[in-house]
Design a protein around this ligand. Structure first.
Ligand code: FES
Ligand code: FES
Length: 201
């Protein structure tokens, strides 16, 4: 099967590479571009772990042909933080709330929530739950995720700001402390078994 040129923009950077006509977008992003925040759960468009934004709309990258992204803009979780590393309000709210446990669903969950808040800055809880219905989480029970989306929405609307984090160098007994590794998980930086590349394997 002869390869075809794919020219598209990924996280604001123009990319050009030759791909097989049947190559899926997730494989190109994860395997060829090293964007390991695009997770692989079911491979059938059911779990949402591989969600990315295509021209701002969430899609399951595991069932989207890479060539369908020709001339379009793709946003992965790696493209959400600011150039100075400042987390997007959704990422910050997920870290601070009880929205991240194993973190495997987190990139897709955050990107779906971003698409929602971009079109609806003040969604109801029911609207949040409906928007996230295609993103499955086996750990959190969703309550923390919904609260984090509400929190981020309020910050993005300018209705509130994030409280300064406690000074970890001082006595913080009794203060809320974020989950270890959550900051990496919301940026898609956490490496899982399926993300490992071992030469010869
Ligand atoms: S891995 Fe794509 S929807 Fe599950
Ligand atoms: S945090 Fe583990 S699947 Fe959602």
């Amino acid at each position: 099967m002869s390869r075809q040129m794919l020219r598209f923009t990924v996280n604001g950077v123009a990319r050009e590479l030759a791909v097989k006509p049947d190559a899926k977008l997730r494989k190109v992003l994860h395997d060829l571009l090293g964007l390991t925040g695009t997770k692989y759960g079911c491979g059938e468009g059911e779990c949402g772990a591989c969600t990315v934004l295509l021209d701002g709309e969430p899609v399951s990258a595991c069932i989207t042909l890479a060539l369908d992204a020709r001339g379009r803009k793709v946003t992965t979780i790696e493209g959400l933080a600011g150039p100075d590393g400042t987390l997007h309000p959704l990422q910050e709210a997920f870290v601070r709330g009880e929205a991240v446990q194993c973190g495997f669903c987190t990139p897709g969950m955050i990107l779906t929530a971003k698409a929602l808040l971009d079109r609806n800055p003040d969604p109801t809880e029911a609207e949040i739950r409906r928007a996230l219905a295609g993103n499955l989480c086996r750990c959190t029970g969703y309550t923390g995720i919904v609260k984090a989306v509400q929190e981020a929405a309020a910050v993005m609307r300018g209705d509130k700001t994030f409280e300064p984090l406690p000074d970890y160098g001082s006595d913080v007994v009794g203060e809320p402390i974020e989950r270890i590794g959550a900051r990496e998980k919301v940026q898609g930086k956490t490496v899982y078994t399926a993300d490992l590349r071992v030469p010869g394997l």
